[in-house]
Design a protein around this ligand. Structure first.
Ligand SMILES: Nc1nc2c(ncn2[C@@H]2O[C@H](COP(=O)(O)OP(=O)(O)O)[C@@H](O)[C@H]2O)c(=O)[nH]1
Ligand SMILES: [Mg+2]
Length: 296
């Protein structure tokens, strides 16, 4: 007898910085979504695919929902997160065990629009000294929404992830797999490379720089086992250029070295990486330019 195939979309939603991308990477076992302590690291919708025997979960890592909508970039990210909540077969609503913000409330309110079951994932329990504090939190939130299940966990410390995965898999509908069983993400090489560079950029710069830069791979060539890459870091203003480059090019060099190591690890190839810094005026506030850079 043939076993029944199951497959479905699982939206991971929550405010910025709660740990969504960390969870996605942990679930699929590869760095498909970049991570940093700064909010708004994830800008695009990224799929992480995990197939276990006859069951395929297609996780959707969304840019965090947040309230400030002035910039075209933020509006775009909120729209994305909204439609994902409505369309997913299962929603994982992620919060932090130790904090509650207005942005968490904003996401909670949108859960009413979900068509599938919503699982409450309480992340970062490694930071919670007194675990008994979880109980009042769970009962307070359960009064506000009928969660299908509640799973306290730590994405970073890999605690209770298997339990969360089991719960999710149990809710997936019957149906054929959407992707080949060995595939782990929907993004192509250029995107993954640009993201790894952007991760280092975000981690190594301060203030507005992480939010006002984007990265585009403009050349990619494989020569034997050597991957030759040329990428452009776009900044918003002329004055940001020397900041990204650093004294005697030191910062740009560091970004390049760290990114190269991650790219080598991901593709299991030797990498030659050249980085350029260029100015594109006010790209985060320009809808047409965003489209040109692949934010559709
Ligand atoms: N202590 C702790 N930190 C975590 C945990 N999960 C994620 N983080 C950290 O929280 C920050 C934001 O994570 P990220 O996955 O980028 O959040 P996102 O904005 O929701 O995608 C990063 O510095 C992570 O290392 C966790 O379980 N425990
Ligand atoms: Mg993220």
């Amino acid at each position: 007898m043939k076993t029944v195939e199951k497959c479905g979309y699982v939206a991971i939603v929550g405010r910025p910085n709660v740990g969504k991308s960390t969870l996605l990477n942990d679930l699929v076992g590869e760095k498909v979504s970049i991570v940093s302590p700064k909010p708004q690291t994830t800008r695009n919708q990224i799929l992480g695919i995990k197939t276990v025997d006859n069951v395929q979960a297609v996780y959707i890592d969304t840019p965090g929902l947040h309230q400030a909508e002035e910039r075209a970039m933020n509006r775009y990210m909120n729209r994305l997160a909204n439609s994902v909540i409505m369309d997913a077969d299962v929603v994982v609503f992620m919060i932090e065990a130790t904090r509650w913000y207005d942005d968490d409330d904003a996401v909670l309110q949108r859960l009413e629009h979900s068509k599938g079951p919503v699982i409450l994932a309480i992340n970062k329990i490694d930071l919670l000294k007194d675990k008994s504090r979880l109980l009042p939190l769970i009962s307070r939130l359960s009064e506000r929404f009928k969660f299908a299940n509640v799973v306290p966990m730590s994405a970073k410390k890999h605690e209770n992830i298997a339990e969360l995965e089991k719960v999710i898999m149990g809710f997936l509908p019957e149906g054929p797999h959407f992707f080949p069983d060995e595939q782990v993400t929907d993004k192509d090489e250029r995107f993954q490379i640009a993201e790894l560079i952007r991760e280092k950029l975000i981690q190594l710069t301060e203030q507005e720089i992480p939010y006002s830069t984007t990265v585009v791979v403009d050349a990619l060539e494989l020569e034997g086992n050597l991957l030759k890459i040329s990428a452009i870091i776009w900044v918003e203003r002329e004055g940001q250029k020397p900041i990204v480059i650093g004294k005697d090019g030191a910062l740009l060099k560091k970004i390049g070295t760290l990114a190269r190591k991650d790219i080598e690890k991901l593709f299991k190839k030797k990498v030659f990486l050249r980085l350029w810094v260029k100015v594109k005026n006010d790209w985060t506030n320009n809808d047409r330019l965003l489209q040109g850079l692949g934010f559709e």
